[in-house]
Design a protein around this ligand. Structure first.
Ligand code: PEP
Length: 254
């Protein structure tokens, strides 16, 4: 039984005052029946870790450099995230792939660096709208998985997030059948790669305009083990409602 996972991605949002939302989330959901993480800008990691101390909410970064340290102005290593209090990190988000030229090979090395620092990695894959329209979704996702998931993946250090690029921040989502098809495909690819014993345990998250109004429907789809949530993770009420939907979806599967 895979434990549902709800991870917020604050992107380049959040000042110290916004940690009040995290405190409100913790107060409203002190013992969630799913895993909850918030991946914050690097400037907030230390204060977020303090706000989440002794709570069920885990702390994550949004990317990491492939190296442990070095002459890379402005970059942050996985060891630094861990040192600041993070336990998680997102790698391969489409905004990083597009804005910073992070290729599959770089993402694989980032993921390995995250593991070496003891971090749990959420590795993102997903097609652009042009790729979906061209009928290439599974080819693209298959290539990203093959080339960006390093050897050594286990359920204890990796989750995959399926994030159609065209659904991120747009208010649009794929149909339930489209999500089910891609999640089923990812499960099969991971099982083929590492064996069903590990592959069946790896969580596959959906990301892209998930919000309170659609979370229950998306989280009920087979092989959807949680969500990576951008905009709707910034407010305690919205993220809390998605946590409740995940708890209900997990209960319905028992
Ligand atoms: C994301 O950035 O990972 C994401 C899913 O964003 P949003 O929920 O805002 O579409």
């Amino acid at each position: 039984m895979r434990r549902k996972l709800i991870a917020g991605n604050w992107k380049m949002h959040g000042l110290g005052a916004d940690l009040a939302e995290v405190r409100a989330l913790i107060a409203a959901h002190p013992a969630p029946a799913c895993e909850v993480a918030i991946c914050a800008p690097a400037t907030l990691i230390h204060r977020l870790a303090q706000a989440c101390a002794d709570s069920a909410v885990a702390v994550g970064g949004q990317t990491c450099h492939i190296a442990v340290a070095g002459a890379h102005t402005g970059d942050i290593s996985a060891a630094m995230l861990a040192d600041a209090g993070a336990q998680w990190v997102i790698v391969g988000h489409s905004e990083r792939r597009a804005d910073h030229g992070e290729t599959d090979a770089i993402v694989a090395t980032q993921c390995r660096a995250a593991w070496d620092a003891g971090l749990f990695a959420i590795l993102c894959v997903g097609e652009t709208e042009a790729e979906r329209d061209a009928g290439r979704t599974l080819d693209v996702v298959g290539r990203q998985l093959a080339n960006s998931v390093p050897d050594g993946a286990t359920p204890h250090r990796l989750a995959i997030a399926y994030e159609p690029v065209w659904a991120i921040g747009t208010g649009r989502t794929p149909t339930a059948d489209q999500i089910a098809e891609v999640h089923r495909f990812i499960r099969a690819e991971i099982n083929a790669r590492i064996g069903a014993a590990g592959g069946q345990g790896i969580r596959i998250l959906y990301g892209g305009s998930m919000k309170p109004a659609n979370a229950a429907d998306i989280l009920a789809i087979a092989d959807v083990d949680g969500g990576l949530i951008g905009g709707a993770s910034l407010k305690a009420d919205d993220l809390g409602a998605i946590v409740v939907a995940a708890e209900a979806a997990a209960q319905a599967r028992i």
